[in-house]
Design a binder for this molecule. Structure first.
Ligand code: NAD
Length: 485
């Protein structure tokens, strides 16, 4: 069913937190899809490990339900599913105690299998898990650990976590996951920039007026309110996902597409970021509507000052980007679920068509969701008689249309990233120093809010965010791109 699949070596993948929400919605369905694609060797094994008292048969039932629920119609794949489940096992284990570890050790196969441990548990257990793995002799030199977000909640905690992991694992064994990096379009951003000669000469402050990165969600915090209220948009989205998009958009061409060359260049971008002026950042909280609860009701905390929206103007102090602002925004309960990077080029230096032709700009849009794809806005003559009137039209390349049936085989982010872990490719994972540098940039913003004791600005559900976020860009004579599905 899939072309050009590169098989991976046999592996034992242990999912700590194997009965949790992430395992159910993302990890197990992703593994099943890779199995169907022929990427999982017959003796590869997936071992769920969690606190819950369950046997292997019970866990196979759990995995079957998860895959059936999140993988759409799998009636045609029933035989595949039965075979996949034969490769699934379970062990009851305490990540912070000693229960279950000898049983886990007994289930792991020999050195011919790549060993990967997925930390899909709460962040408080990341450190204890690393230590237990070492204490029980499972931290073999070739093994890998996959660490979920959040990686710390500030620079100090991220440093501490990096130090705990480094006690038992080399940096080459640590895979800090940011699923945005597994998205097809995000990797395409690198292909567009560095495999074409068309864009790179223009990719600088001489030709780019500004950049906009938007990650908009239409839903609220839902059942994740308890977690989210301790985090907020800055920690949950800006410090990691948006920062990664910013890095890939702004970085210099790496000498090679290999993990450290790419990550060295991303790190340079983060380190070149100027501190954000207090007037250049806006935070908001969504209000209740007639039918939907507001942020405060949803998180059941009337006094919370946690932001469900943040917009800011970032500046990168280097030769390439001095003078080109990067406007970044993310939030919940906005007009639509839409994420994109927009490269807004400068106006033509002189219009030979006169003032009546209007102001027209080239905008390159990289859409992350929905409908992953790339769109280049070009200005052409409006058809028909009656003089030279100009109009902007898109040169659209929606992947699903451009690539035809092949696009249906595009793996989702978790599929790609888990297989990269097994292959030992860290290019799309964050290095420890990158994470720390990102916190070093976001910490002062959060501390500034805390010190000022101000409230986030309220915004309406279905809007583009608070009014001050509009003002943030309007005062520079620019405007946000419309958030549309
Ligand atoms: P969850 O609460 O649904 O599941 C937690 C899992 O950990 C369960 O399997 C539970 O049995 C297990 N567990 C808890 N304490 C344990 C212990 N002492 N020993 C062994 N197992 C223990 O959490 P989740 O939503 O699946 O999230 C897991 C991790 O992934 C978290 O770090 C979270 O921040 C991150 N994450 C989750 C999502 C998501 O969509 N759910 C998205 C991104 C990142």
């Amino acid at each position: 069913m899939v072309s050009r699949v590169i098989p991976v070596q046999p592996f034992d993948l242990v999912i700590f937190g194997g009965t949790g929400d992430l395992a159910r919605r993302k990890i197990l369905p992703a593994l099943f899809r890779r199995f169907c694609a022929g990427q999982m060797a017959e003796d590869a094994r997936v071992i769920g490990a969690a606190r819950g008292d369950m046997n292997a048969a019970g866990y196979r039932g759990f995995a079957r339900d998860a895959i059936t629920e999140f993988d759409g119609d799998i009636t045609m794949m029933e035989a595949h599913l039965a075979r996949f489940l034969e490769q699934v096992d379970y062990v009851t284990l305490d990540a912070a105690g000693d229960v279950g570890w000898p049983e886990l050790a007994a289930k792991l196969t020999g050195a011919d299998h790549t060993r990967a441990f997925y930390f899909s548990v709460g962040p408080a257990l990341f450190g204890p898990l690393a230590t237990r793995l070492y204490d029980h002799g499972l931290a073999s030199p070739g093994c890998r650990i996959v660490v979920e977000k959040p990686f710390g909640r500030d620079l100090a905690s991220a440093r501490k976590l990096n130090a705990v992991l480094a006690e038992h694992f080399d940096e080459t064994q640590i895979y800090r996951i940011d699923h945005y990096l597994g998205k097809e379009t995000v990797q395409n951003l690198m292909a567009i920039r560095f495999a074409n000669t068309l864009f790179e000469p223009l990719w600088n402050s001489q030709y780019v007026d500004h950049m906009q990165i938007t990650v908009a969600e239409s839903g609220g915090v839902g059942t994740r309110g308890g977690y989210y209220d301790k985090s907020g948009a800055m920690r949950d989205m800006m410090q990691n996902h948006i920062m990664q998009l910013l890095c890939l958009t702004a970085m210099e061409p790496p000498a090679k597409y290999d993990p450290d060359s790419v990550r060295d260049e991303k790190l340079k971008v983060i380190r070149a970021l100027d501190p954000v002026e207090p007037g250049d950042v806006v935070r908001g909280q969504y209000e209740s509507t007639d039918t939907l609860p507001g942020y405060r009701n949803e998180v059941e905390n009337r006094d919370t000052t946690t932001e469900s929206f943040v917009a800011l103007k970032a500046r990168i102090g280097n030769w390439r980007w001095a003078g080109t602002p990067f406007y970044l925004r993310t939030g919940k309960r906005l007009r639509a679920r839409a994420s994109e990077i927009a490269v807004v080029f400068k106006d033509a230096p002189h219009s030979i068509f006169g003032a009546d032709a209007g102001r027209h700009r080239n905008i390159l849009t990289i859409r992350l969701q929905p409908n992953e794809g790339i769109e280049m806005g070009v200005t052409i003559k409006e058809p028909g008689p009656g003089g030279m009137r100009l109009v902007d039209v898109p040169l659209d390349m929606t992947f699903s249309e451009a690539l035809g049936p092949q696009s249906e085989d595009i793996p989702d982010a978790y599929e790609r990233l888990i297989m990269d872990v097994i292959r030992g490719d860290q290019t799309l994972f964050m290095r420890g120093d990158e994470v720390e540098a990102a916190w070093a940039w976001t910490d002062p913003i959060i501390e500034g809010w805390e010190a000022a004791g101000t409230q986030p600005e309220l915004y309406s559900t279905g809007s583009s965010g608070p009014d001050d976020a509009l003002a943030l860009i309007h005062r520079d004579g620019r405007r946000w791109r419309e958030i549309k599905p």
